[in-house]
Design a protein around this ligand. Structure first.
Ligand code: 48F
Length: 264
């Protein structure tokens, strides 16, 4: 009977979680630093937040530090945000905190989940759903191994008041939106401008600046925001990602408090 109860317990619990995730205030695609910080602040504000992550381990690019040396750098400007979340900071040196990347990833994940984010890993978002007025009304999901194995399996769908593309360098959600539909983005050219090469200082400032509602009810944060806006990359410096996560949460809160999308 123990065998039966273990299996039944997991199935009951997961299906309750997944069914509830089908209708939320905010869907966050990607659980890197910007997505986790955004999720934390949205959930803290009392919103129903669902985060989809295609990998087994949430945390995105935090774990690997720089070239597997598992430390990351965070500037003073982002330190207050980390303290607010409950991340303990080491001593500051030359305006930088060098933070153990395993500690940062695991703490941001646990703080986001404790705040109330429903984090569903091993699920990949492959497309978006349009609401009646052509704003974004949700996402199309499938098990990540279905994509990895190129299986022909139809997906399921989840609706939401707003969606965040926090997929990092590939800006996957914005790219699928523009590839499949003739739409205009909130960028200088109206299109995806593509990521530029590495320029730390400029890229760090640009990450927060480029964080925005890129299309009605679709937001971008972190490297996805820079990739869409034609900005530089920056390597293992994470202050911009953290500031971007907090900024996008504030923008999404305003969107959530407007009228809900209407569906056909
Ligand atoms: O890349 P990632 O860590 O995003 P970020 O918040 O942070 C970037 C930094 O890690 C680093 C950097 C800092 O200086 O440049 O690269 O912009 O995390 C993105 C997460 O999204 C997941 C992916 O597995 C990763 O964990 N992801 C990407 N596409 C999808 C996805 C998708 N279609 N569905 C679900 N998850």
């Amino acid at each position: 009977m123990l065998e039966y109860n273990v299996s039944k317990g997991i199935l009951d619990s997961y299906h309750t979680k997944l069914k509830s995730a089908l209708d939320s205030d905010a869907i966050i695609v990607g659980s890197g630093p910007s997505g986790l910080v955004a999720g934390y602040f949205l959930a803290k504000a009392g919103k129903k937040v669902v985060m989809f992550e295609r990998e087994l381990a949430p945390g995105g690019g935090i774990w690997g530090g720089g070239m597997f040396f598992n430390d990351v750098m965070v500037q003073e400007e982002a330190a207050t945000i980390l303290s607010e979340i409950g991340v303990e900071l080491p001593e500051v040196k030359d305006n930088f905190y060098t933070i153990d990347s395993v500690y940062l990833a695991s703490t941001l994940i646990s703080k986001a989940v404790e705040a109330g984010v429903t984090l569903l890993n091993m699920i990949s978002i492959e497309d978006i759903i349009f609401a009646k007025d052509e704003s974004i009304g949700g996402v199309v999901l499938n098990w990540a191994p279905v994509h990895k194995e190129h299986m022909h399996v139809d997906p399921l769908m989840a609706i939401s008041r707003c969606v965040l593309d926090a997929t990092g360098h590939p800006s996957e959600i914005v790219n699928v939106l523009t590839r499949k539909n003739e739409i205009t983005l909130n960028t200088k050219t109206g299109k995806v401008m593509g990521e530029r090469s590495l320029k730390c200082k400029k890229a760090e400032l640009a990450t927060a600046e480029n964080t925005c509602e890129i299309y009605p009810r679709l937001f971008v944060s972190g490297m996805a925001a820079n990739g869409v806006a034609g900005a530089y990359r920056m390597g293992p410096v994470f202050g911009g990602m953290i500031r971007s996560g907090k900024k996008v949460a504030e923008q999404m809160l305003q969107c959530i408090d407007t009228e809900a999308p209407i569906y056909d």
